[in-house]
Design a protein around this ligand. Structure first.
Ligand SMILES: O=P(O)(O)OC[C@H]1O[C@H](OP(=O)(O)OP(=O)(O)O)[C@H](O)[C@@H]1O
Ligand SMILES: O=c1cc[nH]c(=O)[nH]1
Ligand SMILES: [Mg+2]
Length: 207
């Protein structure tokens, strides 16, 4: 299942991210803002339970989060900008990191780091990577989350290519995907078109 967050605020901020004139500082700020808005949608189905408390005026039962605890997991590097933003909304969430880079020739993901909360199997996992291109990185990250015992996983990306969505639907049909937009296609180098370029380089200023 794929949710595209078509809210005008998200679309406006995404267009600013696409603009090649947008510099590192503004790109980072926009990526964080879009991540918060995606999280608002991705976390729409969190469970709540009435909780007794006293307001200054009356006693009553009021909704508070319940159910499984949360884990945010970033695919390094670029996913960090998303978890760093989203953890502000859910400060009790644990945060995991999966280090993957995409080999520029083969476009296959290469794993270099993995550190997940020990109780990941008991948590709802929100996996973040701004770019879902061929889908190889996200699919590999989902497989390593599942190998660690995670059963409830949502993938959050800012931008996706149809090819990447198809790979996740094929490899991990149980994983819901939340994105701000699905672009036209991948170019010969595996970049999303029209896209926004290399997300990691634009966030960290490495090009
Ligand atoms: O869907 P895929 O084809 O696997 O491509 C997407 C991956 O490519 C980018 O990472 P990159 O390899 O550039 O690493 P970085 O985040 O460290 O820059 C991006 O952040 C994704 O992780
Ligand atoms: O368009 C793309 C594809 C993969 N990784 C990126 O950062 N951008
Ligand atoms: Mg990169």
């Amino acid at each position: 299942m794929v949710t595209v967050v078509t809210h005008p605020l998200v679309q406006h901020k995404l267009s600013l991210m696409r603009d090649e004139r947008t510099g590192v500082k503004e790109f980072r700020e926009l990526a964080a803002e879009v991540s918060l808005l995606l999280a608002y949608e991705a976390m729409r189905d969190l469970e709540t339970e009435p909780h007794p408390l006293n307001t200054p005026l009356v006693s009553g039962d009021f909704p508070m989060l319940t159910g499984k605890k949360l884990a945010l997991v970033a695919i390094l590097r670029a996913g960090l900008i998303m978890t760093d933003a989203i953890v502000q909304l859910v400060p009790a969430a644990k945060v995991g990191h999966i280090g993957l880079y995409r080999d520029p020739q083969s476009l296959q993901p290469v794993a270099y780091y993995n550190k997940l909360p020990a109780d990941i199997a008991e948590r709802r996992v929100f996996l973040t990577d701004p770019m879902l291109a061929t889908g190889g990185s996200a699919s590999a990250a989902i497989s390593s989350l599942q190998a660690a015992g995670a059963t409830s996983i949502k993938l959050m990306s800012i931008l996706a290519a149809p090819e990447g969505i198809a790979v996740i639907e094929r490899d991990h049909p149980e994983v819901e995907i939340v994105v701000a937009a699905i672009d036209s296609h991948l170019n010969d180098h595996g970049y999303i078109v029209p896209g926004l370029g290399d997300a990691g380089d634009r966030i960290y200023g490495t090009k």
